[in-house]
Design a protein around this ligand. Structure first.
Ligand code: UD1
Ligand code: UDP
Length: 377
């Protein structure tokens, strides 16, 4: 019995990684038609993931422009989604996380009175400017959505605290673990992209991109990295630099050409996941890395003032160190010199799920469509 059409919408690299397992599971359900629309708020970084997971979008808004701002992304997604929704008439829309694509796509579906499911729902810092604009994007998307797929109990509690009805929330785990487990292979060998790196040294894997860190905070982070590499001759920094020109400009100005710094292009998810798996530690302002690295037993220093991922902090594998140069340096030094401290953080724990989150989400979506169809008969 045909249950309905599900439209999965996303636009950036992390959303693609985390939605790929959901698309895979939904496509296994014969009674549902699953279609994919990308806003392409990201281009190259999105395409890298589409290729790896063999996703061919049914619609591609191709929105990305150099120097795009929050207004142009929001209006581009809204206008573009209007046409896709009119053409496809989906029975429900699925969005992910906290990007501007997430919020604007949910809003577009709401304007057509189409129910929306939110994957990775309920993450909160309760500070609307940190992370900016993500905290507001996910809060607003949450108000719109009918189904909330919370990765953890904490996320569920956050939603309940905002008076979200408990029967609309499911704790599923985070689909990033599904993607990671699907990707990591014991026999994997790196290609040419990492040939310059001396793996006999301790590898510190770095990524940065958060808007609230643009300017002085980002400079502080890079100064601290210089301090660390100067002090520890057996450390190499591998830094796949985000495509955002704001990040690139400062990173290249301060770190390019420095000894034992490898500023490289964003890596495909497969080599990146394996690099995480063999690095000494991670220093990042990314959201996703705070979920992935703990499940690989890698300590993470979070270069932000807030985190919406308290589970790994509580478990002790992730530490929030902020953006003060000396604080970052001291915390990194501790991990590089104190083996007890290192061992305490380097415990493989997995507060974000068992790799079956996407299966659960597909099942819940199927049941939702079944009940909805029944109500229409
Ligand atoms: C976006 C999301 C952020 C998410 C991050 C993941 C918003 C407002 N921000 O931030 O929540 O954590 O993605 O990485 O939704 N660019 C390229 N090629 C790419 C990708 C980006 O050239 O493949 C450049 C473009 O010049 C683009 C710029 O990066 O204009 C910024 O991209 P944008 O999506 O606006 O912001 P991000 O910082 O990537
Ligand atoms: N990632 C990747 N290649 C890279 C850097 C990161 O595939 O060169 C992956 C990483 O494993 C994680 C995701 O991209 O799953 C994180 O993306 P990002 O930091 O851009 O966004 P956030 O997680 O902060 O939303």
């Amino acid at each position: 019995m045909f249950l309905g059409k599900v439209l999965v919408v996303f636009g950036t690299r992390p959303e693609a990684i985390k939605m790929a397992p959901v698309i895979k599971e939904l496509k296994k359900v014969e009674d549902i038609t699953t279609i994919v629309a990308v806003t392409a708020q990201h281009r190259e970084m999105l395409d890298q993931v589409l290729k790896l997971f063999d996703i061919v979008p049914d619609h591609d808004l191709n929105l990305m422009r150099e120097g795009q701002d929050l207004y142009s992304i929001t209006t581009g997604v809204l206008e573009g989604m209007k046409e896709i929704l009119d053409k496809e008439q989906p029975d429900m829309v699925l969005v992910h996380g906290d990007t501007t694509t997430t919020f604007a796509a949910a809003l577009a579906a709401f304007y057509r009175r189409i129910p929306v499911g939110h994957v990775e729902a309920g993450l909160r810092t309760r500070n609307k400017y940190s992370p900016y604009p993500e905290e507001m994007n996910r809060s607003l998307a949450g108000r719109i959505c009918e189904l909330h797929f919370a990765p953890t109990d904490t996320a569920r509690e956050n939603l309940l605290a905002e008076s979200t009805a408990s029967f609309k929330i499911w704790v599923t785990g985070n689909t990033v673990i599904d993607a990671l487990l699907d990707t990591i292979k014991p026999e994997y060998k790196f290609g040419q992209e990492l040939s310059q790196i001396d793996f006999s040294r301790r590898i510190v894997l770095v990524t940065t991109h958060r808007r609230e860190n643009w300017g002085n905070s980002m400079r502080n982070i890079y100064e601290a990295l210089l301090d660390i590499v100067n002090e520890f001759p057996d450390v190499e920094v591998v830094f796949p630099v985000h495509k955002n020109p704001v990040v690139r400009e400062v990173a290249e100005e301060m770190l390019q050409g420095r000894e034992r710094f490898h500023l490289i292009e964003p890596l495909d998810y497969e080599p990146f996941a394996h690099l995480m798996n063999c690095c000494y530690m991670v220093m990042t302002d990314s959201g996703g890395l705070q979920e992935e690295a703990p499940s690989l037993g890698k300590p993470v220093l979070v270069l932000r003032d807030t985190t919406e991922r308290p589970e790994a902090v509580e478990a002790g594998t992730v530490k929030l160190v902020g953006t003060n140069r000396d604080k970052i340096y001291q915390e990194a030094k501790r991990l590089l010199t104190d083996s007890r401290e290192y061992e305490q953080m380097a415990r493989a724990i997995n507060p974000y799920g068992d790799g079956k989150a996407a299966r659960r989400i597909a099942k819940i979506v199927t049941e939702f469509l079944y009940v909805r169809l029944g109500a229409q008969m």
